[in-house]
Write a protein that binds this ligand. Structure first.
Ligand code: 5GP
Ligand code: MN
Length: 328
């Protein structure tokens, strides 16, 4: 357990004091954001049946995560302006809970930050922060253990989904013995990794797969092959009648090219707004690059938004990435 006991005790007392609790995750939620939030929702509801507890995802639940237990209970807007306790999970920065949800944090009586992104965005009266955790789900696992909440099959499924998605199915550098021990316990508790993998990774729609083809047709390589990038243009979404959520996993094709040090995916779902995903090998800190564009993330996986035309986004990001590449 890497969260200090004093912080776990503080978290427990915050739960006990609060009568109303809102949980929130980041915009464009991924498996860890949703899985860790739902596991905490299920656990707290079981432990404190008399409290009012709700979970909010500003951008709802992408189709591939609808199988998560209790996903149907997630709201896209908070039902009140203020709660006794507002908790952000996996968000990096409380502002990333989204325009509609973030104000609730300012108005609520107390705040809690549960995250494995540990940077300038840390906030709250109680902070359960652990940069060594591969997923926020690992922190929630420890928290539920501290609270004496039994991990049932539903909670285990939510947590294992967070661990599997944030570790790239146990392939990324964030995987530790603790990650595998946690995963083993979750499987013992009833989670089925093959089922999660099937729902999350082998569940691309036909139009979504056509979209992948269009995206890969834009693939480019530069800086002696150290930078690889691809774009999903606005017209690609229109042509295939797809959504931004259909680009889940596209960055992995760009990242897995031999010799690539930095992989970039540009997504222009709305004209004038370009979402950028950055992935790197150990040699480049892409969180620093994303920071230059008011984004953030981890050293090897980060993201940001560029407001402007796709070509301008590409020029600006490629310049920043080239500048960050160590001389070879
Ligand atoms: P993705 O490329 O999958 O959207 O994001 C990769 C990582 O960067 C995730 O850890 C995510 O939380 C973080 N991230 C992505 N976009 C943003 C952003 O706009 N702001 C911040 N602070 N973090 C981001
Ligand atoms: Mn995460």
């Amino acid at each position: 357990v890497s969260i200090a006991d004093v912080d776990l005790i503080a978290a427990q007392s915050a739960f006990e004091k609060a009568r109303s609790i809102v949980l929130a995750c980041h915009v464009n939620p991924d498996g860890d954001a949703l899985g860790s939030m739902l596991a905490l929702l299920l656990g707290l509801t079981k432990r404190y049946p008399d409290k009012y507890i709700e979970a909010v995802s500003h951008d709802g639940v992408p189709d591939i995560y609808e199988f998560l237990p209790a996903a149907g209970q997630i709201k896209s807007r908070a039902s009140a302006e203020t709660f006794d306790l507002a908790i952000a999970l996996d968000s990096g920065d409380v502002k990333r809970t989204g325009d509609q949800v973030f104000p609730v944090f300012a108005k609520s009586l107390s705040r809690m930050d549960i995250d494995h992104h540990v940077g300038d965005g840390a906030f709250g009266d109680v902070r359960l922060l652990d940069s060594k955790a591969a997923a926020t789900a690992e922190i929630v696992f420890d928290l539920l253990g501290h609270l004496g909440i039994n991990i049932d099959t539903d909670i285990a499924t939510c947590l294992l989904t967070g661990v599997i998605t944030d570790t790239g199915s146990f392939r990324f550098m964030n995987v530790t013995p603790r990650t595998l021990r946690t995963a083993a316990t979750l499987i013992e508790a009833g989670a089925t990794p093959s089922l999660i993998a099937e729902r999350v990774f082998d569940n691309r729609t036909f139009p979504g797969t056509k979209l992948l083809g269009l995206c890969l047709s834009t693939l480019q390589i530069c800086s002696s092959g150290h930078i690889t990038y691809a774009s999903v243009k606005h017209e690609h979404f229109a042509e295939t009648d797809t959504l931004d959520q259909d680009t889940e996993g596209f960055i992995n094709f760009v990242r897995s090219i031999r010799g690539s040090e930095v992989a970039i995916l540009f997504r222009e779902f709305e004209l004038g707004t370009v979402r950028i995903s950055l992935r790197s090998t150990e040699r480049v800190d892409v969180a620093r690059i994303a920071n230059q564009f008011n984004g953030g993330g981890h050293k090897m996986a980060a993201g940001c938004t560029y407001y402007g035309a796709l070509v301008d986004a590409q020029a600006a990001i490629l310049e920043a990435v080239s500048a960050a590449l160590p001389p070879s």
